[in-house]
Design a binder for this molecule. Structure first.
Ligand code: SAM
Length: 261
């Protein structure tokens, strides 16, 4: 079988390796490039995404920090925001050995940038851990986490349906799944503008700043090939998530899909 890798069609079993190459080569510039390409917008999207999780309310209800898994968590942008919002509940009480925040990502280079940032921020290992893992086969038992997030990660996985089922598997009953991802821009005139920006400007920034046009060509194409808001919504339902919903930000440049187990 074949699948998309950017604008190329490749054997399905090759995609993961190709994606790994992209993120290994962008890891060191990843945070800077996000700022440049989104004009800083990714920070606002992530702030809003984590803010609306309202983790302190979950903590108040149970008396402890919820166990959160950030899949495709890369260099930790989501997890650091979670740590900040849960500051009053961290570090966790000694008796319960579980580490509240886990970042999972298959890419060692992204994880090691994340671990460095954790040290710089002085976030203790009892609060947050970075672990190797693939969204399609997570190394955790069934029903381990209260909250599972994936931010700008889902479009990189080879089999989105398998990843959705796998994330639901490790979610506790009643737990919440939230996905932040690029989506389809509406209305059409805005979409044309956005397409022109992504097609011409983003690879050019990648070329000039990171000397890596190919990786940024891939990123743009992977956004174009990603399912629309409604397609992904029905995939959530098919994977078994209850009450799936979607909400656009910035005219659908990004969308947040949510569901419960
Ligand atoms: N979540 C971070 C953020 O919002 O800044 C990083 C997003 S980055 C665009 C995409 C991440 O997806 C990379 O770190 C990459 O290694 C990871 N990734 C690629 N394939 C994956 C897979 N099959 N399962 C889980 N993560 C994957």
């Amino acid at each position: 079988t074949t699948t998309h890798f950017g604008d190329r069609t490749v054997p399905t079993e090759e995609k993961a390796g190709l994606v790994k190459g992209v993120f290994s080569s962008v890891a060191n510039n990843y945070d800077l490039m996000n700022d440049l390409m989104s004009g800083g917008m990714h920070r606002l999207w992530k702030d809003d995404f984590v803010g609306r999780l309202n983790l302190p309310a979950v903590a108040r209800a149970t008396g402890q920090a919820p166990r959160c898994l950030d899949v495709a968590g890369g260099t930790g942008d989501i997890a650091f925001r979670m740590a900040e919002s849960l500051a009053a509940w961290l570090p966790p009480l000694e008796e319960d050995g579980a580490i509240p925040l886990t970042v999972s990502d298959p890419n060692e280079e992204m994880l090691s940038v994340g671990r460095e940032r954790q040290q710089q921020r002085g976030i203790d290992a009892s609060c947050l851990q970075f672990e190797v893992g693939d969204a399609q086969s997570l190394p955790y038992e069934d029903e381990t986490f209260d909250v599972i997030t994936i931010s700008f990660g889902l479009r990189n996985v080879t089999d989105i349906d398998a990843a959705l089922r796998e994330m639901r598997r490790v979610l506790k009953k009643g737990g919440r799944f939230e996905c932040l991802e690029f989506s389809k821009v509406e209305p059409a005139p805005l979409r044309a503008l956005y397409d022109a920006y992504s097609k011409h400007i983003i690879p050019e920034i990648g070329h000039r700043v990171a000397d890596d046009r190919a990786s940024y060509d891939y990123l743009v194409e992977s956004i174009r090939k990603h399912p629309s808001q409604l397609e992904l919504l029905s995939q959530l339902a098919m994977a078994g998530f209850k009450s799936p919903t979607v909400r656009d930000m910035t005219f659908g440049v990004v969308a947040v899909h949510s569901g419960y187990k």
